[in-house]
Design a protein around this ligand. Sequence first.
Ligand SMILES: *[C@@H]1O[C@H](CO)[C@@H](O)[C@H](O)[C@H]1NC(C)=O
Length: 421
Amino acid sequence: MARQAGKQSYGRLALVSCLALLAVGLIADFLWASSHRFSPAGTYLPSSFTTVIGKLPPESNEKDTKQNKKKDDKTRERKLSDTFQDLDAPQLQWEKMAPAPVPRLDGAAIQIRNLLYVFAGYGNINLVHSHVDIYNFVDNTWGGRFDMPKEMAHSHLGMVTDGRYIYIVTGQYGPQCRGPTAKTFVLDTDTNTWSDFIPLPVPRYAPATQLWRGRLHVMGGSKENRHTPGLEHWSIAVKDGKALEKEWRSEIPIPRGGPHRACVVVDDRLFVIGGQEGDFMAKPGSPIFKCSRRLEVVFSDVYMLDEEMKWKVMPPMPKPDSHIEFAWKVVNNSIVIVGGTTEKHPETKKMVLVGEIFQFNLNTMKWYVIGKLPYRVKTTLAGYWDGQLYFTSGQRDKGPDDPAPRKVMAEMWRTKLILYP
Ligand SMILES: *[C@@H]1O[C@H](CO)[C@@H](O)[C@H](O)[C@H]1NC(C)=O
């Protein structure tokens, strides 16, 4: 489109292109994870958009006025490779371990000592899992499969443990782009038995969830339509898998809503890291709630809550990062985050996966990029044992030159974790 425009005003061209894109966004709906044809859509245009849309004009510039020259400089094409978001990072030695019994996208995981409990998730866009698999870091085997309650959500769960009881809050019920349920459960990992818990006041999709100061906190996520960011924040006092209060209470709203963030408590401070606003929605009227792309805004924001109960802004991540709710570990007073998704490609609008490992050192409050993954991957489930960082599951890229999402994975990998002191 831009190439044919020749010497036309690039400002006007950008406007026309924007309108065309808008139209595409309004009339099109898109296949989701299972599709290889992730296409541009939607009505959100990143601020960088107009600076990248203009291609270099043809080489017939002799009669250009000064004014035109100035415009050309401004709109000069910035060559954007498909891999433009990749950051320099050390190569690591990765070791392939036993794959999980099933591939999983948007699952959940909790590590308790040497066991990684891996829950739910999509096998593919039309199939969701309703069971738990367990990886044992001591003998590096999978086993111990057991079912989840029938009413429990199958993806986009909020989940946290006190070391024995796992709290499982709300999440999406069913495949494709169905909405969330408010139903909430507790798993006793000593006996592998489930109990019901007080439902969240309203359903949420992929909310940030943590235990902090004796209370179960749930905040952010998307509202029932999967797309609209929720800002609400609730908590309830808990002990040994039981609520000590009759209902959830409202807490200070989160500064920025939305799903798919890491929520971590270290040293009596609660951190909310990365995430996004917006997500795929069910196509209106679709009997199967068919997923339809809506544009998301991915962010690098980090917020912290301490005893003052006021949100504080922390140094941002090295790049925007989302789909990391179970992709983190705390090691030696650092938060380590594995993969994710970043801002969409500005030209193709395709989703861009993240292939780096990040470290947030809480001694220095500095972020580092500490290594490259075997491939870019989102919604990984991370573990740490005996000096080794593990990850399994998620959806990987199409290949080294194409960071768009493709295959849902079962693989398990590990590498020696090397941190910045
Ligand atoms: C964590 O700290 C301990 C004690 O200083 C050290 O031996 C270990 O190597 C550190 N682990 C990592 C991954 O840096």
